[in-house]
Structure formats: C-alpha cells, structure tokens
Design a protein around this ligand. Structure first.
Ligand SMILES: *Cc1c(COP(=O)(O)O)cnc(C)c1O
Length: 366
C-alpha cells in the first residue's frame, strides 16, 4: 500500500461499519422542489410556529451553517461535521472506531470526563496515560502516550488543549509529531473547546494532509451558546463522511442552527472577540487574586476561562467549597478525582461574580 492509502482513516473504522450507508433521510433525497410530500411532515404549520420555521425537518448538515463554521475555523466544508456539541462528536468517534470489547480509547487524566464515559458506553477499553505533574503543573507525556497507544492498540487518542481542568495548552509540535507517529494506527483527536481563550492558535489549519488528526471545536464556551448545542469535528473528509453515516438523521435542530448562524455574523463575532479579551483579562486578574487567598497553595496558569485552584490540604479545599456554597456560589468540586483531592475548578465570572467569590473565600460576608 502507498503511504497515503495506509494513512486512510477509513481503514481504522470498525470493519463492520465500512460498507455502512447509515439512514437515508428524506432530506437527503432531493434538494429542490416546490411541493414536498416525502417526509410525512404536517401540511400546515402550528399556530405557534409563526414563520413556518419548525414544520419541516431540518437539513442534516445545513449548508449555510457548515460554510460559516468552515470559514470560522479556516477549513474546507468537507472537513467539518456539525453536531450537538463536541460531546456528540466524541461519542460518534468512539462508536465509529471502537469495536466493543476489543478496541481502546486513550485519555490523559486528569482530563474532561466524556472520553471515558463514551468509551464505557461503547464497551471500549480505556487506556489511561496520566498527565505528568512537573514543576507543580500538568503536562502530557507524549512519548508515553505514543508508546501506550501502539502497545495497547488504541484507535483514538484524546488530547485536550487547553486542558480541562488545569487550563494548560499543549505544544503544537508535539501533538503533530504524535499524529505522525500514530499515522495508520490511531486517530489523534484534539479537543479545543477553550482554544479561543488561549494565546496559541488552533490546530484546525494543520488537519489538511494529516489524515489521522481531528480537532473538536464548539460554540458552547467562547461563543456563549452552550444551550444551542453546536459543536463540530474537523478532520479528513473521509473521516467526516464516515462519522456522518453514524450520526442521527437530523442532528441539529432548526432553532439551534439559526442561533449558531446569528452568532457567526460579523457583528456577533466582533462582540465575541471583545468578550474573549475581557474574559482573558478577568482570568489573569482572578488568578493573581486567588493566589493571595489564605489556604490557596497554587492556581494553575490557565489559557482557558477557568482556573484550577489547589489548596494547602484536602480539608482546606472542602472548607472553601462549602464556604462558597453557603455564599450561594457554586464551583466545581474536583476532590473525588485522583491527584486532585485538594482542588476546585472555578469558572471565570463577571467582575461582580469574581469579587463576590473572592470575598466569600476570604471569609467575608457574601
Ligand atoms: C465543555 C467541554 C466540551 C463540551 O462541549 P459541547 O460542545 O458543549 O458538547 C468539550 N470538551 C471539553 C474539554 C469541555 O470542557
């Protein structure tokens, strides 16, 4: 086989899905016509559906939305699959690539929990390569990830950049070298849910020509649209087409697609950029302030919109968690996670939110 063929991500798909066409929905049958009588939709709209936006099934991959997202992420429309948040993309990847009871997913804990959850639901083995804790910060052991992926025959390697929960970005060169090392063996999936808040650039521009590299992007965080559930996977067109065949017939609701399109207009994007700048400033200020709170041992440097705060002891973390709750402030308790029994994860809030948080942590009245 030539190198290009060997790298074909379709060769890593579950064998039993290689010829799988998926569901052929009515919306895929024709793109034009005046009278649509092929999908058993109601023939007249409901009273509440003022502009007749809801009566029809939506396009499986609304062209305008795919084009707008592809423009945002600097990729070709054929490299992008849109779905219900990046959570759906994670699930699709695991289902499409992992044969239950045989194939494996690699993750680097402590990290976002959905990779392990989706692996568990699919009956895929989970290979953990823990982050190294060095100089009081976390980092991915790329050599160990590559070795374990090969030795344990992982089909998918999930990386998170910036990482959740610590917020550190991954070095692009190491990610790309790992993808090269695993070409033909595993898909390297880089979850960039928070990349908009980071100093470094997204890897979406590196997907072209790297057939086993996929990037997850979402409108949930920086674009302030978590409720709309819009995210995507950007990767090789063959991989995108294969995932599409495993996806639900109409994955994105019409109102969600409309919200996303509105958020991708130039004015909205300019407002998003301004919010990102403000959040980055607030994050850095909050990190400095939190570092001076009694009982706080360390606040990890973060390139995202949250901070991982380490306390002197697990008890101090627990006390802080409850002091905040008593003040009506909910943060993420990380104490049940291995190696994070002294940690809370705090989302950067508004100026008022952050001031209230600091006051409560310092023991003042809320
Ligand atoms: C929040 C988050 C997501 C979820 O994104 P959705 O697009 O809302 O599904 C994905 N990955 C990480 C690391 C996250 O923290």
């Amino acid at each position: 086989m030539s190198r290009v063929e060997r790298d074909d991500p379709v060769l890593l798909l579950r064998e039993d899905l290689r010829g799988f066409a998926g569901y052929r929905s009515a919306r895929m049958e024709a793109s034009q016509g005046q009278v649509w009588l092929n999908a058993n939709e109601a023939c007249t709209r409901a009273d509440e559906d003022d502009d007749d936006a809801l009566r029809r099934y939506p396009a499986p991959q609304a062209e305008a939305l795919v084009d707008a997202l592809a423009a945002l992420y600097a990729c070709a429309p054929s490299q992008l699959l849109v779905g219900r948040g990046s959570d759906e993309a994670i699930d699709l990847l695991v289902r499409a690539f992992c044969v239950p009871g045989r194939d494996a997913v690699l993750a680097t804990p402590p990290v976002f929990g959905m990779y392990a959850v989706c692996a568990r639901l699919q009956g895929a083995r989970l290979v953990d390569v823990p982050l190294l804790e060095e100089a009081d910060d976390f980092r991915v052991d790329f050599a160990a990830v590559g070795d374990a992926a090969i030795a344990q025959r992982a089909k998918l390697v999930f990386l998170c950049s910036p990482g959740n929960p610590a917020g550190g970005p991954l070095p692009a060169g190491e990610v790309l070298a790992l993808a090269q090392r695993l070409a033909g063996r595993a898909i390297v999936v880089v979850d960039e849910a928070y990349i908009e808040y980071a100093d470094q650039l997204s890897l979406t521009g590196e997907v072209q020509g790297r057939r086993n590299l996929a990037v997850l992007r979402t409108l949930s965080k920086a674009h302030a649209l978590a409720g709309a559930r819009i995210g995507c996977v950007i990767g090789d067109p063959q991989l995108v087409a294969a995932l599409r065949r495993c996806q639900a017939p109409y994955p994105v609701s019409a109102p969600s697609a409309a919200c996303a399109l509105a958020a991708l207009r130039p004015n909205a994007l300019a407002a998003t950029r301004a919010r990102i700048v403000a959040t980055r400033h607030a994050r850095d200020a909050l990190r400095s302030a939190l570092s001076t709170v009694p009982g706080v041992r360390r606040v990890h440097p973060s390139q995202a919109n949250f901070l991982l705060v380490r306390f002197d002891t697990p008890d101090a973390a627990g006390a802080a968690f409850h002091r905040l709750l008593d003040a009506g402030i909910v943060v993420r308790d990380m104490r049940a996670q291995p190696r994070l029994d002294d940690a809370l994860r705090i989302t950067v809030g508004t100026g008022a939110d952050n001031a209230r948080l600091l006051l409560a942590l310092r023991g003042g009245a809320a």
